[in-house]
Ligand binder design. Structure first.
Ligand SMILES: Cc1cc2nc3c(=O)[nH]c(=O)nc-3n(C[C@H](O)[C@H](O)[C@H](O)COP(=O)(O)OP(=O)(O)OC[C@H]3O[C@@H](n4cnc5c(N)ncnc54)[C@H](O)[C@@H]3O)c2cc1C
Length: 461
């Protein structure tokens, strides 16, 4: 059981553990998950330990393995599954990595990963492998494992509302083949993504609406896939190129993915846009380290797909005095970040861990799930800090904002740590463990680490 006096870092470490719970009390007849994407599927996996029956209501028909579907418009864009998220997926679905590799997913060892900051290569971290694949590939692997559980089933229908009784959710309303229906439920997980309507439904029923916070990101994505000739096994297979200072040229990401393909992402912030043509991709990549040019040299296997995300957003479910019992939200319905940091799936996976922690403790189910929301806030705060710090700094630089002394000092210290990843192995390892969602971001601000970073930068200058 989690103690409320634990620090965010201790709670984060606890939620990141990879052993399965020993005791999993069955608390519900029917638990219902609204939204059958990655967050919903992982929540359903956890609920399968605590309910006789778990029903996933998803509006898209997702029957084929490589479905690119309407409900996930970001699905055609590059998705990185960070090691912290992979560790949690492996926790709940043991053997996931091996199965994905057997179907063409690529496990990039540390020495096959390269990160360039401002044109210089970061000292390669020593500890974590990356599983790479397209978003539909990763999602379909998770789906097939979760739906194979004997007490989990899926219904193709649109969730249209909730019914409440005595302060708790009692039923879910949904539209199936143009017919309005309802099902009695004992617990509901909202996993309907960043545009989830649950806040509105809750408010209309007289409960408190969670506060929505938005931070402008205005990021433009373009993703394309190219043939990857066999025999490139010793080349790096996961690369990112961050310009760091006021780019007018796009940043880039290259991943080896299933089907012997390279997946290439170019992205820029408004008013800049990445090229939307294969020719433009080749021109941009030719100016980057040679492996980027290599990745776009083969025939394309699809058209360039573009996407724009206007903001990062989070809903705050903590401290709500009037919120329905037996209802929680997970995944992007709670927080959706600047996608360049690749944190969405890993946060969703950690939300599943929060759900498990909450249910294993046999909570008072007829009261709002405060203990769950408090745990989840630890995960969201950590990802939000990483995602929004860089965005806020960029905007401050753009507008010439004068910074309070403590903020200016913190940014200077983080700059020292970032620069030291170019010259110091141990700092690169620690920094990457945070970026990979394996460790809490507060370790980057520890004075001993910052001092080591300053010393490493001085030695290297
Ligand atoms: C451009 C882009 C790039 C990204 N890159 C990365 C990355 O590199 N790494 C990473 O980890 N994350 C990334 N993300 C974030 C990632 O896509 C999400 O965090 C992840 O999909 C988990 O989201 P989710 O399951 O909460 O919601 P979603 O994936 O958005 O799914 C919501 C689901 O709910 C369903 N739904 C909605 N309303 C209803 C309804 N009324 N009834 C029934 N079903 C409904 C939808 O059909 C959908 O299936 C990226 C996001 C974007 C936009």
């Amino acid at each position: 059981m989690t103690s409320t006096t634990d620090s965010p870092r201790a709670l984060f470490d606890r939620l990141s553990r990879t052993d399965l719970p020993v005791r999993t009390p069955v608390l519900f007849d029917t638990a219902c998950v609204l939204g059958g994407s990655i967050a919903g599927l992982l929540a359903a996996r956890v609920l399968a330990d605590h309910a006789s029956r778990v029903l996933i209501i998803e509006r898209d028909a997702v029957d084929s393995e490589d479905n690119l579907r309407q409900g996930v418009p970001q699905g055609r864009q590059a998705h990185v599954l960070l090691p912290g998220g992979l560790a949690q997926i492996e926790r709940w679905l043991p053997g996931f990595t091996r199965e994905a590799q057997d179907r063409g997913g690529v496990l990039a060892r540390p020495d096959q990963q390269a990160v360039y900051l401002g044109g210089r290569q970061q000292v390669p971290q020593r500890n974590t492998s990356l599983l790479t694949g397209t978003r539909p590939f990763l999602e379909s692997r998770i789906r097939s494992r979760v739906l194979a559980l004997p007490n989990v089933s899926a219904l193709t229908a649109q969730a249209t509302g909730l019914e409440f009784d005595d302060g708790a959710v009692r039923a879910v309303r949904y539209a199936e083949e143009q017919q309005e229906k309802a099902i009695d439920v004992d617990f509901v997980v909202d996993a309907m993504g960043r545009s989830s309507k649950v806040s509105r439904w809750v408010e209309e029923a007289g409960f408190q609406r969670p506060k929505l916070q938005r931070l402008s990101t205005n990021i433009n994505y373009a993703t394309a896939l190219f043939e990857r000739p066999p025999g490139a096994a010793e080349l790096p297979v996961a690369l990112s190129f961050w310009r760091l200072a006021g780019p007018s040229e796009p940043d880039a990401l290259v991943l080896a993915v299933e089907g012997d393909q390279w997946l290439v992402l170019l992205y820029s912030y408004e008013p800049d846009r990445p090229p939307a043509s294969i020719g433009g991709f080749r021109e941009t990549c030719a100016k980057l380290p040679p492996i980027f040019g290599h990745a776009v040299s083969g025939p394309p296997t699809c058209e360039v797909q573009t996407y724009r995300q206007a903001d990062s957003r989070r809903r705050d479910f903590t401290g709500l005095a009037r919120f329905p019992a037996r209802l929680v939200s997970v995944g992007d319905a709670v927080a959706s970040f600047n996608p360049v940091h690749g944190q969405g799936i890993s946060s969703a996976a950690l939300h599943a861990s929060c759900l498990s922690d909450y249910l294993v403790a046999t909570p008072p189910l007829n009261r709002p799930a405060t203990a769950f929301f408090d745990l989840q806030a630890v995960v969201t705060d950590a990802a939000w800090a990483l995602s929004t710090e860089a965005d806020t700094a960029r905007q401050d630089a753009l507008h010439g904002t004068e910074l309070p002394e403590d903020v200016a000092h913190h940014r200077w210290a983080m700059h020292q740590v970032l620069q030291a990843t170019l010259v110091d192995q141990s700092i690169s390892d620690v920094f990457t463990s945070v970026v990979h969602t394996l460790a809490h971001p507060s370790i980057l601000a520890e004075s001993a680490l910052v001092e080591r970073a300053i010393a490493a930068n001085k030695r290297a200058s």
